[in-house]
Design a protein around this ligand. Structure first.
Ligand code: 3PG
Length: 208
């Protein structure tokens, strides 16, 4: 549930957004993230191996909370759940996705970029939202402004977050975690740069 996710974020509030090209990378990647002190990972469904990667990461590191990202369709929802995803993340919402994701509202973090979208998702029963793309959608000032009229909503900003600005986001009371691709980039993963990934995770956690 999102409560488990929130508890894990309390220990390490950075969620690496992963594009993993091959399932062989899944276990060493999961090991590197845990070695780096992280507790949560988001595996995007942008590669054909995404679903298998979720399964393999959970097998390698059963305590790592592994979610599916870039969930766009009903098939993505069903496949992610079947693969064992602990949570689902989408860049936004659509009528068909809303229908497919209805029974998983309590483990879904939908993307929003405006107050109206945030209000709609809240009405529909979503409790945690992803400000996306965070840097473009107003960043820290936007989250500060939204907390005035919408103090009951919590956010995981993603998109343009880095080691340099993660602490600013996390200082806000309505930010539970930040997401980003910088901890383990596609390039890092393709190069099997496991120790670099662990080092980047440690460095980022130290700053927040
Ligand atoms: C994504 O969906 O790719 C995430 O928002 C990552 O954004 P970033 O590359 O700016 O961290």
């Amino acid at each position: 549930s999102l409560e488990t996710l929130k508890a894990a974020a309390g220990r390490a509030p950075i969620v690496p957004v992963l594009v993993v090209p091959d399932v062989q990378s899944a276990a060493p990647l999961a090991d590197a993230l845990v070695e780096g002190g992280l507790t949560i990972a988001e595996v995007t469904l942008r590669t054909a191996s995404g679903l298998a990667v979720i399964e393999a990461m959970k097998k390698a590191q059963p305590d790592l909370i592994v979610g599916a990202g870039t969930v766009l369709t009903g098939d993505d929802v069903r496949n992610s759940i079947q693969a064992g995803a602990d949570f689902l993340v989408s860049p936004g919402m659509s009528p068909k996705l809303l229908e497919a994701i209805a029974e998983y509202r309590d483990i879904t973090i939908p993307g929003i970029a405006t107050a109206s979208e945030a209000m709609s998702r809240y009405e529909e029963g979503f409790k945690m939202l992803k400000l996306f793309p965070a840097a473009v959608a107003g960043g820290v000032p936007a989250l500060k402004a939204l907390s005035g009229p919408l103090p009951h909503l919590s956010f995981m900003p993603t998109g343009g977050v880095s080691t340099d600005n993660a602490a600013e986001y996390l200082a806000l009371p309505n930010v539970v975690a930040v997401g980003g691709s910088w901890i383990a980039t596609e390039k890092d993963i393709a190069a099997s740069a496991w120790s670099d990934i662990a080092a980047k995770a440690k460095a980022a956690l130290q700053k927040v």
